[in-house]
Design a protein around this ligand. Sequence first.
Ligand code: GLU
Length: 494
Amino acid sequence: MSVRVRFAPSPTGYLHIGGLRTALYNYLFARRNGGSFVLRIEDTDQSRLVADAEDDIVSALQWSGLAYDEGPDIEGSFGPYRQSERSDLYREAATRLLKAGHAYYAFDTPEELEAMRDRLSTDGNPSPSYDMSTRSSMRNSLTLSAVEVDDMISSGAPHVVRLKVPPSETVTFTDAVRGNVTFDSSEIDDQVLIKSDGMPTYHLANVVDDHAMEITHVIRGEEWLPSTPKHVLLYQFLGWRAPEMAHLPLILSPTGGKLSKRKADKQGIMVLVRDYIDAGYEPEALVNYLAFLGWNPGTEQEVFNLHELEEVFSLNRVGQSGVQFSPDKLRWYNEQHLRSLDNGKILMRAKPHLKASGIQASDDYLLRVINLMRDRITFAADIASNRYFFEDPQSFDAKGLQKRWKSESPQLLRLYAEALEEPAFDAEAAEGALRSVAEQHGVGAGQIIHPVRLALSGVTFGPGLFELMELLGKETCLRRIRAAVESIPAPSPQ
Ligand code: GLU
């Protein structure tokens, strides 16, 4: 049987980095095993749908390079791939479960459910479930007569269908990450399978579809682990073989604890893939980092492209314990991937940012800027953020001036500018001229280098000064040096 896995997001919000990691592990597992990767949209909870969430999920997957083989927009033999278009299947399954006595109707109103919780809550169990210990005191097809049930259903009384969890059973399954997992059936509630609006819950629809779509392995986040025994029971009751299970470790905040949206916001951590796209991250960097968030190759190698990951990924090397999300490490990955691109590709990546910053320059000039900066940038957008490559500095770093602009600086810079007037001008000539001015006036080269850098760029750091000068050209260098000498006030004597 060939491997089939699925990524099954609910379009209740934009794609989260945790969701992208789940998609990635499914994708890698499929590719590694020559299987199929399916995108299924789990949109049965109509009240929580977000209109453009599906588009966001699809475009974020495209950006990441995780191409799926079947999905709402890619026809396959197991469609449709949106649960809202598959209602008949769920109804059929519910009917079978009802007929076989593995499910029952329940008519309890929200007030009655509330009253049950009030009545039965104890300190040890503050929110009792609807389960084998409470169902007998509720209004359902187990406690009412068949005639009453038929009447209520035909008169349109609101009702749900619940799973009838059997008593004294041990529900066991093997998880590829956690080994044998066991639940006692007394811990499992009588899960609602069909809601009062007639729609299935996640649990029923998920099991029905994993079966119907011939999914062989369910790879998903650890938060779904408590749901799995319910699914195992459903497979058993429906007479279907359950897929293999693998639950991925939780993603933790850098300070520990689950990386909730609220915590992430507080710590300034972006959790939506969209935010990383907008911030100019390289797709391969995010993918590479997320691959390591719960898995490792067992070697020292850290930098992988998607294709390389496809060759080495295995569920055996997925860990059980939660993994801390590190924005710093992700930035490091971004540097690694960005710097592995050739100048032309970096230019392509930088273009939208240059445009947004209103920078106009020829490709030829931009490629020279990139050549100078490629080992210093973290993001392609950094090419656009050093404006001194494109325009004269409008201001000078105050701390830099305080430290580097001395009373003799204007005179030294004037002399240097004079020396630069010589016809030949390139990095070597600029350096030669600077060193000879320094020598002639008995000062260290640094006494000219630092103020010149400030004059040219307005800041105290950047690429090699003489390479920068060659790039800017003689005219620009002279203009900027002379303008700085004119406009920077002499330092107050110390
Ligand atoms: N729809 C669920 C989610 O939003 C799918 C969980 C699963 O993979 O079973 O994550």
